[in-house]
Write a protein that binds this ligand. Structure first.
Ligand code: ZN
Length: 328
């Protein structure tokens, strides 16, 4: 993903360079239109909004049908949308081959095979990857529970994510994504929902866990990447309800900076517990002002385009510092 974005940013820079040597009004307009499309594509790719990315890249391709960079992006977008057969056909139709395309084609082929072997129907709202040799019963049960949780969140926020959610099911002793993670992290949302299927034996654990991680996925679909961590963790805990009403943890009040940074970097368990506790309390304070989750969703969507405090003022008449003050 990172590479994609770098390539797009490089394209933007190249366009700006070209622009400075372009003369003539019609040509200028053409370049401006292209620049706008590249900026749009970059933003959609960065946010994992594949439908809008596809639209922008296809439009760019109309203008430059043989641009291999754009073709490569379109193949990746099809893969990300789980349109595997279409993706393979598209790759086969291209007049060139390179290492990245071949890797992608191999990956897509193995995903198609894996789903067929496991006899798993494509899930309604999740695109699923497996890590390890997982029992089919656990996979099916995890998917069924996730679909139910998905529906409840759609209703709660009156919001239907445009893209499928990327789900990785793994055995908990295994690799859980990028880098080592502190032991208190069971499931993770890092753009993909990473769920250990071993938990399927423990209903009291997996229900709140799925609701929690799924809330993060919804928050991302609503606010893209623009949400402070305390809001993200706060609302996920309000919804999973597993820590509601816990007594205030020992130790001092964390500062706003620590509440805004990603918590997974926190290796000290008691610090992490404090950050989670204050996040939940601050979000509860917001919801005390207005308990409507549709209003909360509109607030989250406003974060895409502005500063958090500005949105907090507009939707709830309060700032983050005031909320922290109220719960200290
Ligand atoms: Zn979380």
């Amino acid at each position: 993903m990172k590479n994609l974005i770098v390539i797009f940013l490089a394209m933007v820079a190249a366009l700006i360079l070209v622009r400075s040597v372009v003369s003539g009004k019609a040509e200028m307009e053409r370049f401006q239109k292209r620049e706008t499309l590249v900026a749009e594509a970059t933003e959609c790719l960065e946010s994992g909004e594949w439908n809008c990315a596809e639209k922008a890249v296809r439009e760019l391709l109309c203008d430059a049908p043989h641009d291999t960079n754009l073709q490569m992006h379109l193949a990746i977008i099809l893969y990300e949308q789980e349109r595997y057969e279409e993706c393979r056909k598209y790759i086969a139709s291209l007049g060139f081959k390179n290492h990245d395309l071949e890797m992608l084609d191999t990956k897509v082929a193995s995903l198609i095979r894996e789903m067929a072997e496991l006899g798993i129907e494509r899930s309604m709202h999740f695109r699923v990857e497996f890590e390890g040799d997982l029992p089919k019963r656990d996979i099916m049960e995890a998917l069924a529970v996730l679909e139910v949780a998905y529906d409840s969140l759609c209703r709660l926020f009156d919001f239907h994510p445009e893209n499928k959610m990327h789900l990785v099911l793994y055995e908990s002793a295994q690799y859980q994504g990028v880098g080592p993670r502190p032991e208190w992290v069971g499931a993770v949302y890092d753009g993909k929902l990473r769920i250990p299927v071993n938990v399927m034996q423990y209903r009291e654990i997996y229900r709140p866990m799925f609701f929690h991680e799924l809330t993060h996925a919804f928050v991302r679909a609503m606010a893209w990447n623009k949400v402070p961590l305390w809001i993200n963790e706060g609302i996920a805990q309000v919804i999973d309800a597993s820590r509601t009403g816990m007594p205030r943890p020992e130790g001092g009040v964390p500062d706003l900076g620590a509440l805004t940074e990603p918590f997974v970097n926190e290796n000290n368990t008691s610090n992490a517990v404090r950050l989670y506790w204050y996040s939940q309390r601050m979000v509860e304070q917001i919801l005390r002002r207005d308990a409507n989750f549709v209003h909360f969703r509109e607030f989250l969507q406003s974060l895409r385009h502005g500063e958090a405090d500005e949105s907090l003022q507009k939707f709830y008449g309060v700032t983050a510092a005031q909320l922290l003050d109220e719960v200290r």
